[in-house]
Design a protein around this ligand. Sequence first.
Ligand SMILES: [Fe+2]
Length: 263
Amino acid sequence: MTNSLPHPRRETVEANLISVLQERTSLSASTAAASSSWMRAEPRDLPSTSSGTDATMCGAMSALVGELVDSIDRADPSQAGHASRVSALSTMLGSSIGMGVKELRALRVAALLHDVGKILVPTEILSKNGPLTSSETVEMRRHVVYGGAILSRIPVLAFAASTARWHHERWDGLGYPDRLVGHAIPLYARIVAVADALDAMTSVRAYSPAISLAEAYEELESESGAQFDPLIVSAVGPLVGASGFQDSWISLVSHMKSMPIAA
Ligand SMILES: [Fe+2]
């Protein structure tokens, strides 16, 4: 995750972030204060993850990430649960390609927060019951820029900023916002792109009915090397082909909800 992250509209996002979090989420006073102080803090000021403050940080991280995920679901209720399903599936894919525990922990959080920028997209666009106009589509697509900017300003979540910004990039360079190509797209973002698409295709959406897992996998395969990283698509087949995959996925989602998030 070494890509440098540009920050267009950073000042605007930063200036509005705390008030938006408080207005559009149910952040408790203590969590809002914690996130606020994290945003102001320099990384050197933060407690070490190996210090005696681990339990406190772990609880605070779990609360902050949980509140942000809830706020994403509230901002776009038609997609409620999407972040949790993408997170669970991403960790399964990460595990399939050989990621270690530490990376899987980070991937879990990055995937949970991939659409966090939607909390800054106007509600009328998120909840519009009809096709988006071209200007609305432009604004909707900005969720990746907003998400990257939000997370880059929260030191303990800054590692997740690249996934938020680049999860709509395409392997062939035709994605957005930066048209990154191939391995220039960070690995977490390439994994989340596949998990995001699989969940989207197998969930009922405003203008498209859910399709079966087998059909969704066929779609992924047809986009392997075009929209998606072939390595990640190749990891999907054995997963979805295993009997009981859907039950395993759902049960991992519910299991992960009770797992604390490590700082
Ligand atoms: Fe997205």
